[in-house]
Design a protein around this ligand. Structure first.
Ligand code: PBG
Ligand code: ZN
Length: 310
């Protein structure tokens, strides 16, 4: 009765990596329990399991057949991401479909934007993001989630969506995203390790907290519908500060490296997985996150049901 913070399946967002091919389930070595899934029964089964447990939202990451300098498959209406959106929209009409809107899964160089020399050209990238957002919306995405930390991305995407008639497609901005070592396993899963350099040109310095507030304010002013802080575990103070600053719904991303650490320790019998995951996700909610993107989503929803909380 006096418990201050609660966890519910509806607050969890389940990530999925979608790939080409038939009946493919490629386990990601550094993320036990996570696999790249083909857009057929493989994807249906895992989305279905999440939905059955009360999860209402998914976030999708596409693995293209071909990578090129501008990441063309991201804005190809017949590309992997468009096909996955369409499949889920058809099979599970009530699921809230969020798409990761970045270039790095689709570019040959693995950076989050179009290159000019060795640097990402911020403004040239905005146009590409607008095109991709329209394709995702057209395929049936409810929310696009730009994760590239380009300046002005939210307003550019909002204009592109509106011009395409997608007035009701929302934007979840990865507003506060740090240049983090915790993304390592994800880059295996998505094949998006930068071919050279790192992401410090556009992602934030882990030492900075005030800058997080500036990033959040800018995205709110540009028309973001929801904000995100990422990673989560080492940035609970940032979640709390952004919560105090902005009335927008706040999402945090319990990222791949956070997941991998828990899984590895649990597999060694060094921690109690269920207890640690529950405590971690509750901590993120307590810090101020309304919703959590987590690879533990389906497990957590199952544990909540077992406890009679869902
Ligand atoms: C793409 C993107 C990344 C993640 C989500 N979207 C990787 C990165 O920025 O390098 C990381 C997610 C995770 O680690 O689970 N920009
Ligand atoms: Zn990216």
């Amino acid at each position: 009765m006096v418990r201050e913070t609660r966890l519910a399946p509806a607050q969890l967002i389940a990530p999925f990596f979608v790939c080409h091919g038939k009946d493919v389930r490629n386990p990601v070595g550094s993320m036990p329990g996570v696999a790249q899934l083909s857009v057929d029964g493989q994807l249906d089964r895992e989305v279905g399991a999440a939905v059955e447990l009360g999860i209402r939202s998914v976030i999708l990451f596409g693995l293209p057949a071909q990578k090129d300098a501008v990441g063309s498959e991201n804005f190809d209406p017949d590309g992997i991401i468009a096909r996955a959106i369409h499949r889920i929209r058809t099979r599970y009409p009530d699921v809230c479909i969020i798409t990761d809107l970045c270039c790095c899964e689709y570019t040959s160089h693995g950076h989050c934007g179009i290159l000019r020399g060795e640097y990402v050209d911020n403004d040239a990238t905005l146009e590409i993001l607008g095109r991709a957002a329209r394709v995702h919306a057209e395929a049936g995405a409810d929310i696009v989630a730009p994760s590239g930390m380009m300046d002005g991305m939210v307003s550019a995407i909002r204009s592109a969506l509106d011009a395409g008639g997608h007035l009701d497609t929302a934007i979840l901005s990865y507003a506060v995203k740090y240049a983090s070592g915790y993304y390592g396993p994800f880059r295996d899963a998505a094949g998006s390790t930068p071919a050279f350099g790192d992401r410090r040109q556009y992602q934030m310095d882990p030492a900075n907290a005030r800058e997080a507030l500036l990033e959040a304010q800018l995205d709110e002013a540009e028309g973001a519908d929801m904000l995100m802080v990422k990673p989560a575990l080492a940035y609970l103070d940032i979640i709390s500060k952004v919560r105090d600053l902005s009335p927008l719904p706040l999402v945090c991303y319990n990222v791949s490296g956070e997941y991998a650490m828990v899984k590895a320790a649990a597999q060694n019998g060094w921690i109690d997985e269920r207890r640690v995951v529950t405590e971690t996700l509750l901590g993120m909610r307590r810090a101020g996150a309304d919703m959590i993107i987590t690879y533990h989503a389906t497990d957590m929803a199952r544990w909540l049901r077992e406890e009679g909380n869902a």
